[in-house]
Design a protein around this ligand. Structure first.
Ligand SMILES: Nc1ncnc2c1ncn2[C@@H]1O[C@H](COP(=O)(O)OP(=O)(O)O)[C@@H](O)[C@H]1O
Ligand SMILES: N[C@@H](CC(=O)OP(=O)(O)O)C(=O)O
Length: 448
């Protein structure tokens, strides 16, 4: 049995849905279909999830929501009309979308998530009906019925491991199941979503739950490219990647697959493939435990912006037992996670995502560290980007970092910091954000 997930770009219009129908019909083993909400039909368009966010904000502000409702409903309506899907589904979707604006606002931690989940939930109902009308024995299944029970963390749900017992039953059902991605239910029956892009996570969880032979993730590109297609013209596509390589690349900006989506498949040893709905005969990119084809040392180059470095120095820092722990404890007290921590003898830099910092938080951290550890200097360095070169075979090649550093130097790019973990799956360069694109291009030219 295969679990197949279609992203919003594959479900944005009636034309896309006809491709989806053919893909599912073409292979009898594609028995569980996980769907996102309709995505953008063109670059100017709005994703239904983003329209639901606007609807939520209007409702919360007490504004008139009828225009928001009408726009969302018309997205589904036009797909139904073009595909000739019977009216009952649309009546149900319309009612659900309108009823969101009667949910309690105060004391409702899950209101935002409930609005957002309506995008995938409506689409799954529509698609199940479309499949049924076209000869597939299909059934819509709500994540609660499927058994996706999650932690009560709005916008950031995690699966409860106990869910797997029930999820495995899905493999015994005779129909082709259509399950909305992106959300689960808490033990108290509240709707709770994963983080944005989280339908990929649903697909992976279900693939692991039913011990699928393959998790197919369909999107709008021929698999994963070795660098972002918006930055490098016509980048090389990757035939095979290991879970570890993909994890590093997804973390550092390869938005094609959510970085949390790998874990369930990885733990259950389910291979993944990223394929193109618009070109389904292309083999795409396979993600597996161990590469079967000879690879190159660097398989991909990823980058992500919006980082700040907290730079601390103190003469003889290396002699002060517990210095690092105390700094990290202060960050933990502010509930701030750190991403990387390059260190010197008398200095340490802690790389933090900008979203965790505000001027007030930075001031509090400065005061607390100054009071506790009396550093010589402490400052927040802004506008940083991380660039990662990734490849499991790097550790078998001498001089990869030297080549990368040389390529950056030749392009006139200053490396602010450099970090390489012991596993040598990736080397990370930190550069100023205004040099991020030039850095990716220089590294791509060197390694591909
Ligand atoms: N390295 C990469 N390889 C392929 N696609 C990438 C890469 N980095 C970013 N992308 C972007 O990811 C997009 C697909 O992901 P996403 O928007 O989540 O699609 P979907 O709507 O199918 O879920 C592609 O259209 C592409 O622009
Ligand atoms: N629709 C949600 C979840 C998702 O995974 O969407 P997509 O598959 O289109 O990235 C979002 O936009 O975040």
């Amino acid at each position: 049995m295969k679990v197949i997930k279609f992203g919003g770009s594959s479900l944005a219009s009636a034309q896309q849905l006809t491709k989806v129908l053919n893909i599912v019909k073409n292979d009898n083993s594609r028995r569980i279909v996980v769907v996102s909400a309709p995505g953008k039909r063109n670059t100017q368009d709005t994703k239904v999830t983003d329209a639901l966010i606007a609807y939520y904000k209007a409702y919360k502000n007490g504004d008139d929501t009828s225009k928001n409702q009408d726009w969302i409903i018309s997205r589904y309506q036009s797909i139904c009309d073009e595909l000739g899907i019977p009216g009952a589904v649309m009546a149900n979707i319309t009612k659900n979308i309108r009823e969101l604006a009667s949910l309690p606002i105060t004391g409702n931690q899950f209101l935002y998530d409930t609005f957002l989940a309506a995008g995938e939930n409506s689409n799954a109902k529509l698609i199940a009906e479309y499949f049924t009308e076209n000869g597939i024995n299909a059934r819509y299944l709500h994540p609660k019925e499927a058994g996706i029970i999650v932690t009560p963390e709005p916008g950031n749900a995690r699966l409860l491991q106990s869910s797997y017992a029930k999820l495995s039953d899905l493999s015994n059902l005779s129909e082709t199941l259509v399950i909305p991605g992106f959300f689960g239910v808490t033990e108290n029956d509240d709707i709770c979503t994963f983080s944005r892009g989280g339908s990929d996570i649903t697909g992976s969880i279900i693939a692991a739950g039913v011990h699928a032979e393959l998790y197919e993730n369909f999107t709008d590109v021929d698999g994963i490219f070795s660098a972002h297609p918006g930055i490098i013209t016509d980048p090389k596509s990757i035939t095979e990647l290991t879970y570890k390589e993909m994890r590093e690349l997804a973390y550092a900006g390869f938005s094609v697959l959510h970085d949390e989506a790998l874990l369930p498949a990885y733990r259950a040893d389910i291979p993944l493939v990223i394929k193109n709905t618009n070109n389904p005969d292309h083999p795409g990119t396979k993600i597996i435990a161990k590469r079967t084809l000879p690879g190159r040392p660097v398989v991909g180059i990823a980058a992500d912006g919006n980082f700040t470095s907290l730079n601390i120095s103190k003469y003889l820092m290396n002699r002060e037992v517990g210095f690092g722990r105390k700094v990290l404890q202060i960050l933990e007290d502010f509930n701030i996670r750190f991403e990387h921590m390059p260190t010197g003898i008398d200095d340490m830099s802690i790389i933090i995502r900008n979203r965790y910092l505000t001027p007030d938080i930075e001031r509090f951290i400065t005061e607390k560290i100054t009071e506790t550890l009396a550093p010589d200097t402490l400052y927040f360095e802004k506008d940083l980007s991380i660039i990662m070169i990734v490849g499991e075979e790097m550790n078998e090649h001498i001089g990869v970092t030297a080549r990368a550093a040389n390529a950056l130097a030749t392009a006139g790019i200053n490396i602010e910091m450099l970090s390489q973990g012991s596993s040598e799956v990736s080397v990370m360069f930190i550069v100023k954000t205004n040099q991020e694109i030039a850095a990716i291009r220089a590294l791509y030219a060197e390694f591909f």
